[in-house]
Design a binder for this molecule. Structure first.
Ligand SMILES: [Ca+2]
Length: 653
C-alpha cells in the first residue's frame, strides 16, 4: 500500500511510506506527522483526477487548508481516494511544507543557479564582517550616535580606522530586529515577507524559496567562499550554516570551540557562571580563550592559507566571511577592555520609560536578558514602565561597551593580517551589525521591537579606489542593500531587481534592495525615500488589552515556528514600520500593528484589523518618547505615511 504526499502545484510525488514512522503519532486511526492538524477529509473517488481534486479542495478553503495529502489506497480506516485537509504546515520527518492557499497556486521553485564561471577580470576579494547585536554606538556614527542616550568615550580604534576609508551608513536599517530573520534577509537580499523567516527556527530555503545567497552568488561567480563563526543563524534555521550552497569550505565550517562554554545562562554549565556579563582575568582567559579570539585566529590562519594558495598560482578571488559573537549577551570580555570604561564614565539612559501613548503590542519584555542567572534573581517583570535596578543598568551598559571594544580588538587582528597580505589593496571590506539594541533606553532591553534603537544598525563598506578617503552619509539605507552593493563593487555585476510582490518567489537571484555604490561617488545621492522594517508578535486580541503572549526570541533554547507562517488558529500580529523625511522637513517613524496570516489572509497582513499605531517625530523627539499617533490635527500626515507604509518599499536603482 502506498500513500502519496503531493507538494506544491499539485504536481509531484514526494514520498512514499508503508507504515507510520516512529516519530509520527496515531490519532483515531490516522497517521499524523509532527504538528499536523487534520481538520477535514473528503472522498474524491468520483473525480477524474483525484490528485487535482484534492489540491483544489485545499486551495478553495479560503486559507483554512495549508497542506493536504491523498490516500490513494485504503489506509488507516479511510477508503481509497480520501483527501486529508490540514490547517497547519508540515514539518518533522515529512517532506517540506506545501503551500496551497486561497485558491492561488504557489510559485515553482526558482531555477537552479548556473554552474560556476570564472570570476570577472579585475574582480576584487571580499572580507565580510558580521557582528552580533552591535548597535551603531560608534565614533564613526557621529558625536551623538544613539539619539536619547549619553555615550562614554568609545575605544574602538580599529573600527574607526576601517570607517575612515569606508562609506559609513549612518541611517541604516534592518528588516527585522532579531538574529536569524535579519541575517537571512541580508544574506538573500529579500525582505522577511519573501524569506518568510520570522523566527529562529525556519530556513528560507524551506519556507520561502531556494534563493541565491551572497556567498553563493560569489561562489557561482568563480570565488572561493569561506565562512566562519556566526554568519547565518546556526542550526536548523540555516540547515547548518547553509553549507548546502554557500561555502567552498562546506566540509569544514569553523565555529569557535569555546562558544558554548562562554555563553551559558545557568551557573552549572558555563564559564560565565550563567551571568549576563563578566570581566575575564588574563589567567582565566589563558585557560579558556574567548570564542571571538578563537575565530579571529582562525581568520588569520585562513588569510595565510589564501596567501599561500595565491603565491602557488591560484589567482581566484576570495569571499571571506568572519562572524563575531560579541557584543551579544552574555557581555563577556577581557578585563583589559573594561578598563577603558571607568564606572564614572557610564550614564543611565535619560529615558527609562516607554513612549507615552505606546500601544502595548510595541513592547518586548526582554526575556532574553532576564533568563541569565544573575538577572533572574532580580525578579524583574519586563513590563513597560518597570526598570531594572540602577546598579544593574550601569553594570550592563559598562559591560556592553567593553564587549564592543573586545570585538574591535578582534577585528583589528584580522585587519592586520589582511594588511600584511598580498590582498591589502584589492579587497572590498563590509562590516555590519545584525540589528540594534536597547541598552535600557525606554526601560527596554535587547532587540525584538520596531523602535529606532532596535531597527537601526551599523553598516559600512570599504571599496579600494572608491572610498579610500572615507565618506559618511545620512541618506537611508537598508540591510537588503548590501547584496547588490557588494556584487557591483567587487565584480562590477549589477544585480537584477526582484519583481514586486509574490513574483519575487519565482526568481533565484535578484535584489529587493538598491546598490549603494552611487553613495560612494556622492554621499548626498538619495537612494530611497524611506527605510522599512517589521516585527511579529503573537496574535493580539483587540478586546483583551493586548495581553496575549508576545512572540519573542525563544529563550529556552527550543526554537519554534512563528505563528506568522504556521497558523494553528489565529495567526499572528505584524508590526510594519518605516522611517522617512516628510514634506514638512521633519523625520518620522510610523508603525502599524495588524493581523497577519489570519483566516482569509494567509501569509498576508489584514490592515483593516489594526491593533496599534505609532508616530514619532524624530526631529523633535529623536528618542521616540512621545507617540503622536492619537494626537489631533495630524490626520493628513498619518494618512500619507500609512499610504506609504501599505504600498511597501520601492527598490532598485
Ligand atoms: Ca543578533
Amino acid at each position: 500500500m502506498r500513500v502519496f504526499y503531493f507538494a506544491v502545484l499539485c504536481m509531484t510525488i514526494s514520498m512514499a511510506f508503508d507504515t507510520c514512522p516512529s516519530t509520527w503519532s496515531h490519532n483515531d486511526g490516522k497517521c499524523l506527522w509532527p504538528k499536523q492538524h487534520s481538520y477535514a477529509h473528503h472522498s474524491v473517488a468520483q473525480a477524474s483526477d483525484p490528485t487535482a481534486a484534492c489540491c483544489a479542495l485545499c486551495a478553495g478553503s479560503d486559507g483554512k487548508c495549508v497542506s493536504w495529502l491523498l490516500f490513494k489506497d485504503k489506509k488507516d480506516g479511510f477508503p481509497a481516494n480520501t483527501c486529508i485537509l490540514n490547517n497547519a504546515t508540515v514539518r518533522g520527518n515529512a517532506p517540506s511544507s506545501p503551500i496551497c492557499v486561497s485558491g492561488e497556486a504557489p510559485p515553482p521553485p526558482p531555477q537552479p543557479t548556473p554552474r560556476p564561471s570564472p570570476a570577472p577580470a579585475g574582480a576584487l576579494n571580499v572580507l565580510f564582517f558580521a557582528v552580533d547585536d552591535l548597535r551603531p554606538e560608534l565614533n564613526a556614527f557621529g558625536p551623538d550616535p544613539i539619539p536619547g542616550t549619553v555615550s562614554p568615550p568609545l575605544h574602538t580604534p580599529h573600527i574607526d580606522a576601517l570607517a575612515s576609508k569606508s562609506l559609513v551608513l549612518k541611517k541604516n536599517y534592518v528588516q527585522q530586529a532579531v538574529c536569524s530573520p535579519t541575517r537571512q534577509s541580508l544574506l538573500t537580499g529579500r525582505r522577511p515577507d519573501r524569506t518568510r523567516v520570522y523566527d529562529l527556527y525556519s530556513n528560507f530555503r524551506t519556507v520561502g524559496a531556494n534563493y541565491t545567497t551572497i556567498p553563493e552568488h560569489f561562489m557561482r561567480s568563480g570565488y572561493k567562499t569561506i565562512g566562519m563563526g556566526k554568519i547565518f543563524h546556526p542550526g536548523h534555521a540555516s540547515g547548518g550554516d547553509d553549507t548546502c550552497c554557500s561555502w567552498s569550505n562546506r566540509s569544514f565550517y569553523y565555529h569557535a570551540p569555546n562558544l558554548k562554554l562562554w555563553s551559558g545562562k545557568d551557573a552549572a554549565s558555563s564559564a560565565n557562571d550563567g551571568k549576563a556579563w563578566m570581566a575575564v582575568s588574563p589567567k582565566v582567559e589563558a585557560a579558556h580563550p574567548l570564542p571571538d579570539n578563537q575565530t579571529a585566529h582562525h581568520a588569520i590562519s585562513t588569510i595565510e592559507q589564501l596567501t599561500t594558495e595565491y603565491q602557488a598560482g591560484d589567482k581566484r578571488p576570495f569571499f571571506l566571511a568572519v562572524g563575531f559573537h560579541k557584543p551579544h549577551l552574555p557581555f563577556v570580555a577581557s578585563e583589559e577592555f573594561f578598563e577603558y570604561y571607568p564606572a564614572s564614565a557610564i550614564n543611565l539612559p535619560p529615558n527609562q520609560y516607554p513612549p507615552s501613548g505606546m500601544p502595548h503590542v510595541a513592547w518586548s519584555s526582554y526575556g532574553e536578558l532576564r533568563a541569565y542567572a544573575d538577572q533572574a534573581k532580580l525578579n524583574a517583570t519586563g513590563n513597560p514602565g518597570s526598570k531594572l535596578p540602577e546598579d544593574d543598568v550601569l553594570a550592563l551598559r559598562r559591560a556592553y561597551y567593553a564587549a564592543v571594544t573586545q570585538t574591535d580588538a578582534m577585528l583589528g587582528k584580522v585587519m592586520a593580517a589582511l594588511e600584511a597580505s598580498p590582498f591589502k589593496d584589492n579587497t572590498v571590506i563590509s562590516f555590519w551589525g545584525d540589528h540594534g539594541w536597547q541598552l535600557g533606553e525606554h526601560g527596554e532591553w535587547c532587540k525584538h521591537t520596531n523602535f529606532e534603537y532596535a531597527a537601526r544598525a551599523p553598516m559600512m563598506v570599504h571599496v579600494p579606489g572608491l572610498t579610500d578617503n572615507g565618506a559618511v552619509t545620512d541618506q537611508y539605507s537598508e540591510h537588503v542593500d548590501l547584496f547588490p552593493t557588494l556584487s557591483e563593487a567587487a565584480m562590477g555585476v549589477k544585480m537584477p531587481v526582484c519583481p514586486q510582490g509574490d513574483d519575487s518567489f519565482k526568481v533565484a537571484l535578484c535584489t529587493e534592495g538598491s546598490s549603494l555604490v552611487p553613495l560612494m561617488k556622492d554621499p548626498k545621492t538619495a537612494i530611497k525615500q524611506a527605510a522599512f522594517s517589521q516585527y511579529p508578535r503573537g496574535y493580539q486580541s483587540k478586546d483583551a488589552n493586548f495581553n496575549a503572549a508576545y512572540y519573542e526570541e525563544d529563550v529556552s533554547g527550543t526554537a519554534s515556528t512563528s505563528p506568522c507562517i504556521e497558523s494553528t488558529g489565529k495567526g499572528c500580529t505584524m508590526g510594519y514600520t518605516l522611517v522617512t523625511r516628510a514634506s514638512d522637513g521633519c523625520e518620522y517613524r510610523y508603525t502599524e500593528w495588524a493581523d497577519f496570516n489570519t483566516e482569509g489572509f494567509a501569509y498576508r497582513v489584514n490592515w483593516e484589523r489594526n491593533v496599534g499605531s505609532e508616530l514619532y517625530n524624530h526631529t523633535a523627539d529623536p528618542g521616540e518618547n512621545v507617540n503622536l499617533a492619537g494626537k489631533a490635527g495630524l490626520s493628513d500626515l498619518k494618512a500619507s505615511l500609512s499610504k506609504m507604509l501599505r504600498a511597501g518599499p520601492k527598490f532598485g536603482n
